[in-house]
Design a protein around this ligand. Structure first.
Ligand SMILES: NC(=O)c1ccc[n+]([C@@H]2O[C@H](COP(=O)([O-])OP(=O)(O)OC[C@H]3O[C@@H](n4cnc5c(N)ncnc54)[C@H](O)[C@@H]3O)[C@@H](O)[C@H]2O)c1
Length: 339
């Protein structure tokens, strides 16, 4: 089969492309390559790459496509809050345009990288896909809107599948160090200290990047009746941030590195929510299984410990990269207006 992966050069996208290729599928990537092409270098020769922005949609991107995995967009709270208009256009409006194009052009299946952060704000409790979610921030609000656009487009010939992904951890060739477990690993290696804001008692559903990619592959290829217009939480387990810090510091002690856990004030925005993965297990027989502990071990083996300063490169932090690129663009514009 032939699949289109939007955002295929991103943290999850690169792993998803690899899994689809290894399963014998053809893969087309549409991405604006915001973080560069380098993460795709090991599989680039096996892909069709399209440098494109979903805000300037082209129907030809769906030529011969059997299914779409839709991952492109702003992918966290800080970038969405920094530019709410771009966030809305990329995450909500572009998803609507894509859904309508799939339906019009007869692409039967689309999986969407939504976020478990839509459960934030519901208060204590363990939530499933039937919860009446009321997201608060720009990012989770746009994800919820995108879900609604997709479900509204569902019909006899078009089956969107919403995957509410927990916070992702683990190694990817396009590494992000702005996700809680990965950030803790970086901070532990660089500073030997982990800060627990408000004691770190907040809950989060978490999942490894390989398991997220696997969930997309399963939902792209499952029989229609199992996934048509369904929402699935994708998570391995709920963890308290404090627990994650302990798992990281304990793992690093095996490398004879001492890590101090430090109490810090609660920030103004705190995300705290839990959900379960029962529906995906029951409907599809798939339960994300790669644990945080296994994933920490894998990252520590892959990160060059003699070059840990590389982990600070702004490319690994979406908001740092976004603000840096804007500064570069501003100075280019200023330069152009002078000369
Ligand atoms: N990583 C997580 O913890 C997590 C959790 C829940 C949901 N998600 C969602 O999963 C998806 C992928 O996340 P990720 O961690 O791989 O993000 P990422 O930021 O690493 O990758 C996003 C990719 O999309 C591309 N892109 C962004 N806007 C685009 C546009 N307008 N047109 C074309 N390409 C565009 C970027 O160039 C990048 O390659 C996102 O939609 C994100 O919101 C991620």
């Amino acid at each position: 089969m032939k699949f289109l992966v939007t955002g295929g050069a991103g943290y999850i996208g690169v792993e998803l492309c690899r899994q689809l290729l290894d399963a014998g599928h053809d893969v087309v990537v549409v991405d604006r390559f915001y973080f560069g092409l380098d993460p795709l270098k090991d599989i680039e020769g096996r892909l069709t790459l399209i440098n494109g922005d979903l805000r300037s949609w082209k129907d030809e991107w769906l030529d011969g496509i059997d299914g779409v995995a839709h991952l492109a967009g702003l992918s966290n709270d800080p970038t969405a809050e920094y530019n709410p208009d771009a966030n809305w256009q990329m995450n909500a409006v572009a998803t609507d345009v894509l859904a309508k194009a799939c339906r019009r052009l007869g692409v039967p299946r689309l999986t969407f990288g939504s976020s478990a952060s839509v459960y934030d704000g519901l208060g204590p409790g363990m939530f499933d896909e039937t919860a009446d979610v009321k997201p608060r921030g720009a990012y989770s609000t746009s994800k919820k809107a995108a879900e609604e656009f997709l479900l509204a487009a569902a019909d006899d010939r078009f089956s969107p599948v919403i995957l509410r992904q927990g916070t992702v951890y683990g190694y990817s060739p396009r590494m992000r160090f702005d996700l809680v477990v990965n950030t803790f690993i970086k901070d532990a290696l660089l500073h030997g200290k982990l800060f627990l804001h408000g004691g770190g008692w907040q809950w989060r559903p978490l999942v490894d990047v390989k398991d997220v990619a696997r969930a997309h592959v399963i939902c792209l290829t499952a029989p229609r009746e199992k996934v048509h217009a369904q929402i699935f939480n994708v998570m391995q387990e709920n963890y308290q941030v404090r627990q994650l810090a302990m798992l990281v510091s304990g793992s690093l002690s095996l490398y004879e590195r001492r890590v101090q856990l430090v109490d810090a004030p609660l920030p103004s925005i705190v995300r705290d929510y839990r959900c379960n993965n029962i529906k995906m297990t029951q409907a599809l027989g798939f339960t994300p299984a790669i644990t945080v502990l296994e994933s920490i071990d894998d990252i520590l083996k892959r990160v060059p410990l003699d070059r840990i300063q590389d982990l600070c490169h702004p490319r690994h932090y979406n908001i740092a990269w976004m603000t840096l690129l804007e500064q570069v663009h501003v100075s280019q514009r200023e330069y152009a207006s002078i000369y």
